[in-house]
Structure formats: structure tokens, C-alpha cells
Design a protein around this ligand. Structure first.
Ligand code: GDP
Length: 296
């Protein structure tokens, strides 16, 4: 994962600063420039990098820092905090509660890993004693229902879908109602993804959302999407109230910076990451441990 390289470069830049005999504006600038380059290389959006740069410089004001202050520590802390801020929109997402019915709708582009992620999310909760259920409201892609069905059977999770019905809204509503009656506590609705940001996809998504009134809409994003991440995420957010992000394929060669952009665009936290094709290759995402790990 290229994010590890990013972490390595940032750690090196900080170490270089730490090794300098005197930490002054010039040394800080060199350190920050190195970090900027690393972030931009990892596909983090320019605006985010610039904001981070400016914030650290504002916090670490050499004129105001009295002698005796540990400048190295202050700088290091400021960099750590800024990296955390990039990934933390400041408010937690809706958290479903075991035993209480929640409807969670998944949206994203085709190929992002949405259907796989729906099952991973269901499976993760099932192992913790929840009673999840899957609804396939993707009537656009041939084979979508079969894929969800296969995954669901493998994970022993109840599912709902139709080969005959072509109206995704109808299926979504029926599925949600069915599972509400069965007292399922986590009803997961998979919606169709398309190759491009087609207007029809967004309209369909809006209708499914209005009809099922989900407690949370999760935007699923392929981590390799790179610089396009911000615009993609924004387009989804502008259509439906996205409340959380799941970044997939973090095991691949993706640079990962797109995740930071998706957070910025949707003002929603990353809640999980996908780290492989298997059902259990799925991890809870926590900002501080992630950034700590990133910085080694
Ligand atoms: P959808 O079109 O968005 O529903 O995408 P799918 O769920 O069908 O996934 C597309 C492809 O990505 C499939 O081959 C999945 O196995 C793969 N995939 C999904 N999540 C991950 C992940 O976290 N890591 C890896 N390596 N592959 C993944």
C-alpha cells in the first residue's frame, strides 16, 4: 500500500527536522515542503495539502514561541493533529444499535466494491451477534442479484431481491418492510452503481433513499480512484445525504490519498476499510491509530 510509503516519507521529513541543530523557519519549511510533496504524490487534493501547510505554520509561530519551548514536539504534534483533522470531519456518523432496526443504504460507482462491501458489513456485524439482512435494489446490472445472493448464502445472511421486478424502489421498499417485520436489526440496501455519473443513477438513488428512509447512507469508494475522488464523492453527496465512507481495495497499489478527499467532500468519516476480496478482509477505521501507524 502506497500509504505506507507516504507515512515513511513524512516520518523521514520529521526525523530530519529533529536532527537539525536548530529548528528555525527554514528547517520547518523544508520539512513541510517534503510532507506536501509526499501528500500530493499520494493523490491527496491540493487544497487539503495547502490547508494543512498553512495550519501548521499558523500553529508553529516562531515569533510567539518562547525560548525553552520544545519546538520539535510542537511541530510534530501539529503535523499529527493536521493529518487527523484531514480524516476527521468533526462529527461521528450514525451508529446503528444492536437490537434496534436500522436501515443502511450503500451507494457508489460500479466496480467500487459496493456489493462485496455490503456483505462484509453484514458479516462483520453478524459475527458480533447482530441480525443483519441484505436487500438487492440493483436491477440495472445483470447478475447483481446473483452476486449478492451468493455472498449472502455463503455468509448465511437472509437476503431479498427479484429476477423479475425491474423497479429498484419497489424492491427496496418490499425488502426493507419484510426484514422490519422479521425484526432484523441491520437492513442493508445495495443500490446500483454505474460506470459514469449518469443522471439516471442519481435520480434512482434519490428515489430509493426517499422511499426507504435509511438511517445512514454509506458511500463506497475504490481507493485507487485517485484525484477523481473528491468530485465523485461530492456528486454523490449532492444527490443523497451521505453520512459515512467505506474505502475499498486498501490492499492494492492504491495511493490512498483519495480517502482523504472523500472525507473532505462528504464531510463524513471513513468507518471501515476493505483490505481484500474475502468476506473478513474488512477493518474498522479509527483516525488516530491509523495516523499513528502511518507515521510509524
Ligand atoms: P460493485 O460493482 O461496486 O458492487 O463491486 P463488487 O462488489 O462487484 O466488486 C468489484 C471487484 O472488486 C470484485 O472483484 C471484488 O472482489 C473486488 N473487491 C471489493 N472489495 C475489495 C477489496 O477491499 N480488496 C480487493 N482486493 N478487492 C476488492
Amino acid at each position: 500500500m502506497v500509504l505506507a510509503q507516504l507515512g515513511g516519507t513524512i516520518t523521514r521529513a520529521i526525523r530530519q527536522m529533529n536532527n537539525a541543530t536548530i529548528v528555525d523557519q527554514k528547517v520547518l519549511n523544508e520539512c513541510l515542503n517534503e510532507i506536501n510533496r509526499a501528500l500530493l504524490n499520494a493523490d491527496v487534493r491540493f487544497q487539503l495539502v495547502r490547508d494543512m501547510h498553512n495550519n501548521v505554520k499558523r500553529i508553529v509561530n516562531f515569533d510567539d514561541l518562547a525560548a525553552g519551548h520544545n519546538k520539535r514536539r510542537i511541530i510534530q504534534q501539529a503535523i499529527f493533529n493536521e493529518l487527523c483533522n484531514m480524516l476527521d470531519p468533526g462529527k461521528p456518523s450514525f451508529t446503528p444499535q444492536k437490537g434496534k432496526t436500522s436501515v443502511i443504504m450503500f451507494v457508489g460507482l460500479q466496480g467500487s466494491g459496493k456489493t462485496t462491501t455490503c456483505t462484509k458489513y453484514a458479516y462483520y456485524h453478524q459475527r458480533k451477534g447482530w441480525k443483519p439482512a441484505l436487500v438487492c435494489a440493483d436491477t440495472f446490472r445483470a447478475g447483481a442479484f446473483d452476486q449478492l445472493k451468493q455472498n449472502a448464502i455463503k455468509a448465511k445472511i437472509p437476503f431479498y431481491g427479484s429476477y423479475a421486478e425491474s423497479d429498484p424502489v419497489k424492491i427496496a421498499v418490499e425488502g426493507v418492510e419484510t426484514f422490519k417485520k422479521e425484526n432484523r436489526d441491520l437492513i442493508i440496501v445495495d443500490t446500483s452503481g454505474r460506470h459514469k455519473q449518469e443522471a439516471a443513477l442519481f435520480e434512482e438513488m434519490r428515489q430509493v433513499s426517499e422511499a426507504t428512509k435509511p438511517d445512514l447512507i454509506v458511500f463506497v469508494m475504490d481507493s485507487s480512484i485517485g484525484q477523481a475522488a473528491f468530485d465523485q464523492a461530492l456528486a454523490f453527496k449532492q444527490s443523497v445525504p451521505v453520512g459515512a465512507v467505506i474505502v475499498t481495495k486498501m490492499d492494492g497499489h492504491a495511493k490512498g490519498g483519495g480517502a482523504l478527499s472523500a472525507v473532505a467532500a462528504t464531510k463524513s468519516p471513513v468507518i471501515f476499510i476493505g483490505t481484500g476480496e474475502h468476506m473478513d478482509e474488512f477493518e474498522v477505521f479509527d483516525v488516530k491509530p491509523f495516523v499513528s501507524r502511518l507515521l510509524g
